[in-house]
Design a protein around this ligand. Structure first.
Ligand code: ZN
Ligand code: FE
Length: 253
């Protein structure tokens, strides 16, 4: 397997683009701004082969046109937005994308937007979850509904515990405060958050996180956990109903 690594490109106040690097060159996920990505490409000094888009929001696609114009990379993105995004290749559920010699699988994850997709590589145990799954959180449900978003999260939760989660934003500490407000007696959660806070204190990103940690600590992935439901006073509700309630509480938090 070709070596393959993921470089973080922070931009704006809390966005992450990801610059994937291998012997074959570079690929970028969600370049919301061109300049910081162009600077990182210059530093790594390899050709940009591919631009991968997860959904149509400006903070994820804002830099696509400029990077395409300069580097001529293949633009890959969701079929559901093929009419409004400048795609060379439109992809949907289950499609495989060759990314610098590694295979990415497309997982449709609607809810935040209807076109939202995630990219997963089993070989390198990486998941580009964008604005569906965050560290200790999930995206706001703008275009879909709660059952749709819950179903999308379940698809990501089904991946292996060792999967590294590369999400679209550094929202972790705000998500942590909310998670702890729901289950203040969870000492393991508190210890996990202490570790994340240490990373922030050192000026380091909290991304990537381990999907196994998300399964245990992310409240939005625990909506079918009877102990969690009971702690929230929501026993007997369906998982999608619990998700809707937790998402609503976060929106007001
Ligand atoms: Zn978004
Ligand atoms: Fe975003």
């Amino acid at each position: 397997m070709a070596d393959w690594m993921v470089n973080l490109v922070p931009f704006a106040s809390d966005n992450y683009a990801y610059l994937i690097e291998s012997d074959d060159g570079l690929a970028v996920v969600d370049p919301g701004e061109a300049a910081p990505v162009a600077a990182a490409i210059k530093t790594l000094d390899k050709p940009l082969r591919q631009i991968l888009i997860t959904h149509h929001h400006g903070d994820h696609v804002g830099g696509v046109a400029a990077l395409k114009a300069t580097h001529g990379a293949e633009v890959v993105g969701p079929k559901a937005s093929a009419g409004k995004l400048p795609l060379d290749r439109a992809v949907s559920e289950g499609d495989r994308v060759d990314c610098l010699g590694a295979e990415l699988t497309v997982i449709e994850t609607p809810g935040h937007t209807l076109d939202h997709i995630a990219y997963y590589t089993e070989g390198h145990q990486g998941l580009f979850s964008a604005d569906c799954l965050f560290v200790l959180g999930c995206g706001r449900v703008f275009e879909g509904d709660a059952p749709m978003m819950w179903n999308s999260l379940l698809k990501l939760r089904a991946l292996s515990d060792e999967t590294l989660v590369f999400c679209g934003h550094e929202y972790t500490m705000a998500n942590a405060r909310f998670a702890l407000s729901l289950t203040p007696d969870d000492s393991a959660l508190q210890a996990h958050i202490d570790g994340l806070q240490e990373r922030r204190d050192q000026g380091a990103p909290t991304v990537p996180s381990l999907l196994g940690d998300e399964k245990r600590f992310n409240p939005f992935l625990r909506c079918d956990d009877p102990a969690f439901q009971e702690a929230l006073g929501l026993s007997g509700k369906s998982a999608a109903e619990v998700f809707a309630e937790v998402r609503a509480r976060k929106d007001r938090f």
